[in-house]
Design a protein around this ligand. Structure first.
Ligand SMILES: Cc1cc2nc3c(=O)[nH]c(=O)nc-3n(C[C@H](O)[C@H](O)[C@H](O)COP(=O)(O)O)c2cc1C
Length: 204
């Protein structure tokens, strides 16, 4: 069983971000075909109830967080997934607040090493294996994507995900939701990236 986890930081229904994420999912399942069963989970963060990180300053181990809200089920999928795809619209040159709050709440996937168990690191690693991942970013024509790319790259490193690619859509009319439907290049890139991720997962 292959576990694919997809997380969208876009609050907009049928958004370009979601369309590209679903295209990656299509490319992924097309490549896996009948070789293995896929369990795919798609979370639209805006539909979940969760609070922002409170910087508790203590390790919640063995749990991933002290707070018992809707993120509990996402944590379980994040820990178990074989592949992670994260998407976000560009808001003020970075990811959406929904995605940023989610990533902050994943801080305790590497709790502080208060007992100095590992002399090489100040943080403990709770996920022992690396998984492939990818990102989707959607912004305006003159959008600055590097802030969001860096933020998600840092998050991937924290949770043992190796980035395998990124699909960007620059919308010339951000009032038109789902405008990426006309961006054949981005849709093709998304499907190909999904297939690439599948090949890596199948080789695991
Ligand atoms: C609060 C907010 C901030 C935004 N900031 C930026 C920005 O800094 N740069 C940019 O290119 N677009 C910005 N936009 C436009 C969105 O990135 C654009 O609408 C995008 O298409 C949304 O993607 P989605 O429809 O997939 O959610 C902003 C939109 C909102 C609502």
């Amino acid at each position: 069983m292959i576990k694919l986890l997809i997380i969208s930081g876009s609050p907009v229904k049928d958004s370009s971000t979601d369309i590209l994420l679903k295209e990656i999912e299509n490319g992924f399942s097309g490549k896996v075909g009948s070789r293995e069963e896929i369990q795919s989970s798609f979370y639209k963060l805006n539909e979940l109830n969760y609070i922002a990180c409170q910087a508790c300053g203590k390790a919640p181990t063995p749990a991933y967080c002290f707070f018992d809200d809707d993120l509990i089920r996402v944590y379980a999928d994040l820990a178990a997934c074989d592949c992670l795809v994260v998407g976000s619209p560009i808001y003020f040159d970075t990811v959406s607040g929904q995605l940023k709050s989610f990533m902050d709440r994943c801080n305790c996937f590497r709790p502080a090493d208060f007992n100095n168990t590992d002399p090489d690191h100040d943080f403990l690693k709770l996920i022992p294996r690396k998984r492939p991942g990818a990102m989707v970013l959607v912004g305006g024509e003159r959008g600055y994507f590097e802030g969001a790319r860096r933020t998600i790259a840092g998050f991937f490193k924290w949770i043992e995900v190796t980035n395998q690619g990124m699909v960007i859509h620059m919308s010339d009319d951000f009032h038109r939701k789902g405008a990426v439907r006309d961006d054949i290049t981005a849709l093709t890139q998304a499907r190909e990236l999904g297939a690439k991720l599948a090949v890596q997962v199948l080789a695991r």
